[in-house]
Design a protein around this ligand. Structure first.
Ligand code: ZN
Length: 282
């Protein structure tokens, strides 16, 4: 068992439990939160990001357990969709804010949902998104929660997102103009963007989350075939440099959706591998 390295290294590392398949039913080893917390603490991780489906009515209890183990709840995934055919109600979206607050995390990730019914293109949906997130932002602020708008790879435009680049997300942040609304930068979604350095510079002080994985050269499933860091073609060090230049000081969050590979392995192996890759290629 590797020991914690308080001088650096994994002290800046968080597990997003999607890396163990916990974002969807029927995948991964199905460890309860307590077992994940213990395994991360033993390995000296700094934080954990959970998915709502794991938390249920135990948000406060799980948050306390994470802190008792010497870590932080680095974030919660995620709000219900805000736009599109599958958008949640205001009540459902507020409930996700309340869950983040009860967990004791400051960052709630927002995957926006798709284009609004009856619209074409993305700008009108982005305007609607800004209105709706703006309505929630005050409520979240009162509970100490920030909202991180996560742009997705453009292939998810249509049914999952109306934000397809960091610049898209920043435009919507500007429209909302609330101090607790920023963005999340996910390697999987932005690795291709040769304008990323400039976009991150424009995002200075507004990057609330940094999600790492890799883009496999031959991606077999757009949603569930992400690579472990080092196995693909993303320039992980350059992207990290860009977000750190944007004053991001939070944890690097490993988020590998991998139904074909990593979700079939033992969680211990996944955790040990992600730590080793974080310390060597990120
Ligand atoms: Zn992400």
């Amino acid at each position: 068992m590797a020991l914690s390295d308080p001088s650096g290294g994994r002290s800046g590392l968080a597990l997003n439990t999607a890396t163990l398949g916990h974002n969807l039913d029927g995948y991964g080893a199905g460890w309860p939160p307590e077992r994940i917390i213990d395994a991360c603490a033993e390995r000296g991780l700094a934080g954990i990001v959970f998915w709502r489906r794991e938390i249920g009515a135990r948000a406060y209890e799980i948050g306390e357990r994470v802190r008792a183990a010497g870590m932080q709840v680095a974030g919660l995934c995620r709000t219900p969709f805000i736009t599109g055919q599958e958008a949640g109600t205001d009540g459902e979206i507020k409930a996700s804010v309340e869950m983040a607050a009860a967990l004791g995390t400051q960052v709630l990730t927002v995957v926006t949902g798709g284009t609004e019914p009856g619209t074409k293109g993305v700008i009108e949906s982005q305007r609607i998104l800004a209105d709706r997130v703006g309505r929630i932002a005050d409520y979240a602020s009162g509970l100490g929660v920030s909202l991180a708008l996560e742009p997705l790879n453009p292939m998810f435009g249509g049914n999952r997102t109306v934000l397809m680049s960091v610049n898209d997300a920043l435009r919507v942040c500007d429209w909302i103009d609330a101090p607790n609304v920023g963005i999340a930068v996910d390697v999987y979604h932005v690795w291709w963007d040769t304008g990323l350095d400039d976009a991150c510079a424009a995002a200075k002080g507004r990057v609330l989350g940094y999600h790492i994985c890799d883009w496999l050269e031959n991606t077999a499933d757009m949603l569930l075939d992400r690579g472990m860091m080092g196995d693909g073609v993303a320039d992980l060090k350059a992207i990290r440099h860009a977000v750190e230049k944007a004053d991001f000081r939070g944890m690097c969050e490993v988020e590998v959706f991998s139904a074909r590979d990593w979700w079939r392995r033992e969680p211990e192996e996944v955790l040990d591998t992600m730590i080793e890759r974080f310390e060597t290629v990120c």
